[in-house]
Design a protein around this ligand. Structure first.
Ligand code: B12
Ligand code: SF4
Ligand code: SF4
Length: 375
């Protein structure tokens, strides 16, 4: 049966297939608890919500005997974003489209095959009840990289992971006998120093974490954010085992017109980016990200004056809008673009702004403009 399941997974497009016993993952609950205690789990919850549950599938599925784990490569389809034209933003490759669709379809086919043969089986993909990467490592389809990504020799880190938990006792595979060796390229490649030690991520410094988290985007991460609006690939781009996979990918995929994004209404926005994980489907998070990315994209380039003016126009509307959080981020963004018009926008708003946090942001932006000589 295992061979037939493997063949089905490969036929459906999976690149890796492995089996592990459904026993508790040693050390994983402790790591999750530690990340919660130290605050390194950041604000996302998922598996961190209940570490003991996430580290042991038998707590959720007392009948579980085996975990079948598959990997789903998303290059070359995911592409590469192409030149950073002013006024455009970029989406990390895992989210240029819903690459989970194929993975879920393959995992569902495995489940259906098991259920059809009279067994119990449930698909677990990005589920709070399983640490996907721990399953991939123990099922022998990947090794744990220092970036905390799991890697395989063919795809490097460029794949998603999913599992099927079942009551069939399948022959387990041996874990892969590989590791990163002396490489540590991902650690200095991270623009914010979020990989604080090999295999240890501080989510509070990770751009991918903040791009899907509500609230005020940390000031010290706003410039390193660059033109990203969702996800970050820097530690993956730097990873030598993945470099072959990056050759010949389509370009221009994942570039987004930020002006169009910021002009879109809530429904259009959430529909277009339906596959993003956005807490409580708040379009405000996407707009916040786009405001910061627009400022960085315009400020970092030799943008034509009309593009700068257009950006300041759009940001000025948000600065004078109803949403105090978008006002706050726009104040920073306008200060980042700089120039006389930026100064006028900020000074005028300060005259009427009632929210203390927004006022403070405007004052900081104005102080920055004075330092650069705009005032
Ligand atoms: C929470 C989460 C996030 C959070 C936190 C990430 C993190 N590192 O924990 C944020 C939002 C930051 C995030 C970002 C991304 N994510 Co995410 N995320 C998850 C989620 C939901 C849970 C992850 C989890 O439980 N982490 C728990 C902690 C404890 O795991 P850990 O840090 O890896 O801990 C282990 C290692 O440290 C290792 N270890 C300990 N000591 C040492 C020492 C050495 C030397 C080494 C090598 C290892 C090692 O053991 C620990 C476990 O015991 C999973 C889906 C799922 N349900 O599993 C997807 C998942 C991990 N994400 C995924 C992806 C694609 C991403 C991004 C690449 C997306 C992007 N382009 O922006 C980034 C990558 C950032 C990064 N460097 O990890 C994929 C990863 C696929 C892969 N090939 O690894 C997953 C598996 C989703 C999926 N189903 O495919 N993610
Ligand atoms: S996803 Fe980006 S910010 Fe997060 S650890 Fe990797 S390189 Fe650093
Ligand atoms: S960049 Fe090097 S150290 Fe980091 S995950 Fe890839 S192979 Fe491992």
């Amino acid at each position: 049966m295992k061979d037939r399941l493997r063949q089905l997974a490969i036929d459906m497009g999976c690149s890796g297939f492995g089996v592990t016993r459904a026993d508790e993952f040693a050390g994983v609950a402790e790591t999750l608890h530690e990340r919660n205690r130290s605050g390194r789990s950041g604000r996302v919850r998922f598996t961190f919500k209940d570490p003991d549950l996430a580290a042991d599938v038998t707590r959720s599925f007392p009948w579980a005997e085996s975990l079948i784990t598959v990997s789903w490569p998303y290059l070359p389809e995911a592409g590469t974003p192409g030149p950073p034209d002013p006024g455009t933003g970029r989406i990390a490759r895992f989210a240029t489209e819903d690459h989970y669709v194929g993975l879920r379809r393959a995992a569902t086919a495995l489940r259906d095959r098991l259920v059809g043969a009279g067994h119990r089986a449930t698909v677990l993909v990005d589920d709070d009840r399983l640490v996907d990467r721990a399953a991939a490592v123990r099922a022998g389809i990947a090794w744990w990289g220092k970036s905390t990504m799991v890697l395989d020799p063919r795809n490097g880190p460029w794949f998603l992971v999913g599992s099927v938990v079942t009551d069939v006792a399948l022959e387990p595979d041996a874990p892969m006998r590989r590791d990163c060796g002396t490489c540590d390229a991902c650690i200095p490649a991270c623009p914010t120093g979020a990989i604080v030690a090999p295999g240890v991520l501080d989510a509070n410094r990770c751009l991918a974490h903040w791009l899907q988290t509500a609230g005020v985007f940390p000031r010290e991460l706003r410039i390193p954010l660059g033109d990203r609006i969702y996800g970050c690939d820097d530690c993956l781009d730097a990873c030598p085992p993945g470099s072959k996979r990056l050759e010949g990918v389509r370009t221009g995929v994942g570039r987004v017109d930020l002006f169009a994004l910021l002009a879109a209404g809530d429904d259009a926005l959430l529909e277009r980016f339906d596959h993003f994980y956005i807490p409580r489907r708040r379009s405000r998070i996407l707009r916040r990200n786009a405001i910061l990315a627009l400022a960085n994209s315009v400020a970092a380039s030799s943008a034509d004056p009309p593009v700068r003016e257009r950006a300041l126009d759009v940001l000025g509307n948000f600065l004078n809008g109803d949403d105090e959080q978008l006002r706050l981020h726009s104040a920073w963004a306008i200060g980042r673009i700089d120039g006389d018009e930026a100064l006028t926008l900020l000074t005028t708003r300060l005259g009427v702004e009632g929210n203390p946090a927004v006022r403070a942001e405007i004052e900081t932006a104005l102080a920055g403009l004075r330092l650069t000589g705009s005032a």
